[in-house]
Design a binder for this molecule. Structure first.
Ligand code: R5P
Length: 310
């Protein structure tokens, strides 16, 4: 089946890099706004009978990028796409995977329902905030992980300890441990507000060790800031490494990170963070992994070596 890519506006550099990996063509599309701010989407090439992959992380501005993802699906199936996959390297609203208090929506579940209702038959996502989010979808979700690529990009030393900066990151820390064979420590964090967290305790042996903090995302940088300060207070070496899949860098994140003793800071290009990023940020390109995934899906081949549980 002819493989066709469509890029939403959220991360055109990544989409372009994926297209180069695959040697695949883009369907040209118009993404514009009417004067009243409504979205206007139009496909400029025929995609009838094609195996179509829409590449769109739902990063900041989240709602605009979600809407593009949904409208592109509707345009595609009405235009005769034979198979339609949403490639969402970063899934916005994933942190709203449960009700933290009463009378709240489960945002991740709402988004899953919308993606499905828009016409996608399958989703490809990377390092979801919680793997259980897959269960919100009634269409197949292929859950990839960047952990192996990030681990390969690291310079490791034998005095390192992998640190999960909150209880939710323990599984991710164990995944890094399976590649790096280092001990794991866990931080007990509570969230004070959208941009503030408070560290309760450090669980594990970190004294005189060099911490490697692993997290699925850095948003405002509050979690990393609290982790670094807490680890220093617990007696670790002032020699920090931080690894994350989704480098959102929202609001005060960059200034917070610049002020911390972080020697290695490694992220991926799952979202387009723009140019205002810490100077020493090392970016791992996800295009080869995503390209390989798309090629395998197009040929109905197994994804086993690529999936997050592999
Ligand atoms: C929380 O559970 C996530 O895994 C991240 O630790 C958190 O969302 C990062 O946000 P921020 O950088 O604003 O602390």
């Amino acid at each position: 089946m002819t493989l066709t890519l469509i890029a939403g506006s959220a991360n055109v550099p990544l989409a372009t890099s994926i297209a180069q990996e695959l040697g695949a063509k883009f369907c040209k599309r118009t993404l514009a706004r009417f004067p009243d701010s409504e979205l206007h989407v139009e496909l400029e090439d025929s995609i009838r009978g094609d195996d179509v992959y829409v590449i769109q992380p739902t990063s900041l501005p989240v709602d605009e990028h979600v809407m593009e993802l949904l409208f592109l699906a509707d345009a595609c199936w009405r235009a005769g796409a034979a198979r339609l996959t949403a490639v969402v390297p970063y899934l916005g609203y994933a942190r709203q995977d449960r009700r933290a208090s009463g009378r709240e929506p489960v945002g991740a579940s709402v988004i899953a329902g919308l993606i499905e209702a828009a016409g996608y038959a399958r989703v490809v996502a990377i390092d979801l905030h919680a793997p259980e989010i897959e269960g919100f979808f009634r269409i197949p979700l292929e859950h990839l992980s960047a952990a192996r690529l990030l681990a390969e990009a690291l310079r490791t030393t034998s005095d390192m300890v992998i640190v999960a900066p909150d209880l939710g990151a323990v599984k991710l820390a164990e995944r890094y441990q399976s590649f790096l064979h280092l001990p794991v420590a866990v931080l007990h964090k509570t969230r004070v507000s959208g941009s503030e967290v408070s560290l309760q305790s450090v669980i594990g042996d970190v004294r005189d060790r060099s911490p490697l903090i692993v997290d699925d995302m850095i948003s405002t940088g509050a979690t990393i800031e609290a982790a670094v300060k807490g680890l220093l207070a617990a007696g670790c070496k002032p020699n920090m490494s931080v690894v994350t899949t989704h480098a959102l860098f929202v609001g005060p994140a960059v200034s917070r990170l610049r002020a911390l003793p972080i020697q290695q800071l490694i992220g991926t290009n799952s979202v387009d963070a723009g140019s205002d990023v810490p100077a020493h940020l090392q970016v791992v390109n996800l295009a080869p992994m995503i390209g390989d995934t798309i090629a395998r899906l197009n040929r109905d081949q197994s994804l086993e070596p690529l999936l997050s549980h592999a």
